[in-house]
Design a protein around this ligand. Structure first.
Ligand SMILES: Cc1cc2nc3c(=O)[nH]c(=O)nc-3n(C[C@H](O)[C@H](O)[C@H](O)COP(=O)(O)OP(=O)(O)OC[C@H]3O[C@@H](n4cnc5c(N)ncnc54)[C@H](O)[C@@H]3O)c2cc1C
Length: 383
């Protein structure tokens, strides 16, 4: 039997990518290979649940799962904030200790940067911020008439269809509240089309879907600042009664400080997710995998998961002294829920030849059930 020497694998971040990688590694490596996840949060909750909290079909308390439950599988969990990564010393420092590694998987996701938009904190609510989601829900419930402005304020951002999904769910909520006819929804994006990464055809299909629900889409509107009830774009401005924002995203500062990425960029990797440093990998939202000269793999949990499994398989091969063959396939998709237990599904194959393939599947109850299953399957498997 192959003998494997004691090895230490550190996984930074217990989100989509980190949990997928940890489980794949644990299922395939003996116990003298120590696998540890470090996360400053003590729970995992899928991003998509925020939209269920928004429309009142879920509660935060019943949707988060404790990360410490991975310890029952033989994966260590360290609930601390990481403050330094040192690739030369092969170590990671948290607030209370320094840990060494043989293999390092960086899965720290992205940070939201609302402070980059002057006035946003004071005058808007953040769709992707868990503490703001119930406030958005309450504000929508109280509103009797007026204008809801939704604005994407930076590219790239997590889960490209999610803001549109939120707009469709809000429409459905207004319908139930009886305020549908008196509340206008206007959606602003700096991009020329709704979903640049999905291409013009799918973007047009989504645009028609938005129009059919009376949601006005305004392309090429780059937000520069927010005032009381007013959004300032580069070349124009508009009033609003409620602002729901998707703020700019940025790479965690410790990544830049560690020399793994330049300021303002994500960690550049190819489809193996290997960084320039030996045995150091970057997966999920924190990385950038180019598909073409101008387009990168979108930031989504399904891709973070695929990249996590790819990296885990190559580490398993390396530890076993076998050839590393795994390459991230770029296949996945995101749901586009629209209320009343109906959802569309955006299917993508980012590395299809000669061009990426994207397909928007018609809204159906089955897609909604698949969305529920998407969450349940992963929680059951990972935690
Ligand atoms: C509203 C919404 C809907 C979405 N819907 C979908 C969907 O339908 N399908 C889909 O595929 N994706 C969806 N996403 C996107 C998805 O949530 C992200 O793309 C995914 O979570 C990225 O995974 P990750 O592992 O890269 O990072 P994350 O899951 O964000 O995990 C990063 C982890 O690192 C930890 N961390 C960060 N910094 C530190 C530090 N210094 N010290 C310790 N820990 C740290 C964080 O606490 C976090 O747990 C949605 C997102 C949102 C906001």
């Amino acid at each position: 039997m192959l003998s494997i020497k004691p090895t230490n694998i550190l996984i930074l971040g217990g989100g989509f990518g980190g949990l997928a990688a940890a489980n794949e590694l644990r299922q395939n490596l003996p116990i003298n290979v120590k696998i540890s996840i470090i996360d400053k949060k003590d729970y995992f909750m899928m991003g998509l649940v925020k939209l269920w909290i928004l429309n009142g079909t879920r509660e935060f308390e019943f949707s988060k799962k404790p990360l410490k439950s991975i310890t029952t599988k033989g994966i260590d969990f360290i609930n601390e904030e990481i403050i330094k990564i040192d690739q030369k010393k092969k170590s990671v420092t948290t607030k209370s200790r320094e840990l060494s590694y043989d293999y390092l998987i960086i899965a720290l996701g992205v940070e939201l940067a609302p402070e980059q938009i002057n006035g946003l904190y004071e005058h808007g609510l953040i769709l992707y911020e868990i503490i703001d989601v119930p406030k958005i829900r309450e504000a929508i419930k109280k509103m009797k008439s007026g204008k809801i402005a939704m604005a994407i304020m930076g590219m790239p951002y997590k889960c490209p269809p999610a803001p549109y999904e939120a707009a469709l769910l809000i429409r459905s909520m207004l319908n139930d509240l009886g305020t549908n006819d008196s509340i206008q929804i206007d959606f602003y994006s700096p991009a020329p089309i709704t979903l640049p990464a999905a291409g013009p055809q799918v973007s047009e299909e989504l645009l028609q879907l938005l129009k059919s629900k009376n949601i006005n889409f305004h392309s090429l509107h780059k937000t520069v600042s927010v005032g009381k009830n007013i959004l300032h774009f580069e070349n124009s401005e508009t009033n609003f009664d409620l602002l729901i924002a998707i703020p700019p995203h940025r790479i965690p500062t410790i990544i830049v400080d560690s020399g793994l990425a330049q300021k303002g960029k994500f960690i550049p990797v190819d489809r193996t997710c290997k960084t320039n440093f030996e045995n150091v990998y970057a997966i999920g939202d924190v990385n950038e995998i180019m598909v073409t000269d101008k387009m990168a793999v979108p930031k989504a949990g399904i891709f973070a998961e695929g990249e996590g499994i790819t990296v885990a398989r190559n580490i398993i091969s390396k530890i076993r002294g076998e050839q590393e063959k795994a390459i991230f396939d770029g296949k996945g998709g995101c749901f586009v829920e629209m209320g009343k237990r109906v959802a569309g599904y955006l299917e993508v194959d980012m590395f299809a030849s000669p061009n990426p393939i994207t397909l928007l599947k018609q809204p159906s109850e089955q897609n909604f059930k698949d969305k529920e299953k998407f969450e349940k399957d992963r929680l059951d498997k990972w935690l």
